[in-house]
Design a protein. Sequence first.
Length: 382
Amino acid sequence: MKIFGKIFLWLLVAMLAAWQIPWLIRYFAAVPSHVPFTLYSTVIEDFAMIRTEGDELEFIDRAGHRYTEKGFDSILPLFYARQLNSEGRFPDSVSGRAVNIHEVLEHNFFFNSHPSDINCKKTGIYFLMESCSGRVDLEMPDDAFRFISGNGTIGGKAWTDGMAQDNGGIEFIDMKKNDVLREKSEMFTSAMAEAGFSFPPKCLSGNPGTRKEYDEGYIIIDAADKLFHLKMVKGRPYIRLIDLPSGVVPEHAFITEFGDRRTIAFFTDTYDRMYAVCMPGYVTVRIGYIPESGIDKTCRTSDTAGCTFDPTEESIYIIGNLIDWTVRINSETSTRYYAINANDFSLISFMEYPSEPSWAERVPGIQFTSSKDKYVKPRIRK
């Protein structure tokens, strides 16, 4: 018994050493990231960045031209619109296009996604808001919904609408009484089944909450890899199948609800290509495709695949305006920047900051957490 106790003790000591020693090395030898804040400027038709030189901020572009802080504001007039407008310096046109401050602010948006948002356990309980209440302020619903397996029942009672009993469905629950809302559940299940929805869904994305201008419900990828838009309008289901280009299989979806209401959702496919679903008409367009004319001369690094993004391994941050978007994608090996035409979503330009891990980050060992997920479990760091 003593032998087994000693073996267990030494195994425990070895595991703690493999966990704590590499962690201490990375903690004390950590090197801060030096990727500068970067945006595409439609004024100079190149990327501009803010980087730190000692205690000073340096405003430059990719060609090495330096700017004062006010000069930097001027080459990014849509990003610094509020500042320029407060100083009376907001232009009446940008790149030959007439603009006004209200239009600019309406079209400005931010979007981000991190692997830990994808690689986590989902609750399976969701809230469907009323999208057309007739009131200015949005309200949270009194019920919640979940998707159920194909057991042929809703609320413990058999379905009576003639649907196949193995299809599954959607179930709404009154949160105060903890009772199943049978009539509403059957109504939504029937509408979704008639639209060709296959239960259960593989992915759904929504943003239930009252701190936004409007609600568009959920973007859902069903069991047959079809893309749907689901929302509630005047208490009734609105379900729409979104036509996809030939060969495109959606994998991850993101509701957007931007101020201009043009883009309703983003999604990626099995090849990590990114798409936007645009209104009106639910038009699907690839983001960052390379146009037939090619990309501009400022693109010094070849990227024949266009803009690609793996939500389970990479983080994304998009800063958009009415003329162009700057898309930043962080991976373990680099930080990639894509300049996207806001009109047709074609790739304008591309640049990349390689990311070489320090010697401390390359020390192998055991770790229990990761920035890519929300699970606590032992894993080998190579």
